[in-house]
Ligand binder design. Sequence first.
Ligand SMILES: [Zn+2]
Length: 131
Amino acid sequence: MSHALQRRRALESMRRPDLAFSGENPCDADPMLIRAALHHGAPAGQECPVCASERMLVLNYTFGDQLGQFSGRIKSREELEEMETQFGEFTVRVVEVCPDCRWNLLIETYVLGDGRRRRPPRRQQTVEDIY
Ligand SMILES: [Zn+2]
């Protein structure tokens, strides 16, 4: 599955309204998503493909059986690195969000984990516990 292709199609269909746009309007980010991006998002490192805003953000959503109640949470890149050694397998969905024009799109999906099957969460020691 190529998210890059989906992204290009979404952008193309916005520039060419004559093309039937299949799917949702990519500039209709839910207010909740905008708020989440402003609080938890990391700078996208590139400008918005629609309005050229430099405030574009990316969010990492994590999903997986082994995450138990924490499935669906937003995680920072640092947290993902920690989680990679704490869980056997989980999926990360990367969404880019522009707080200015409300462009939003799933740009990447990947699987992380050390491959060892675990029971859903119990308390794990983190860097914060050590220092
Ligand atoms: Zn934008």
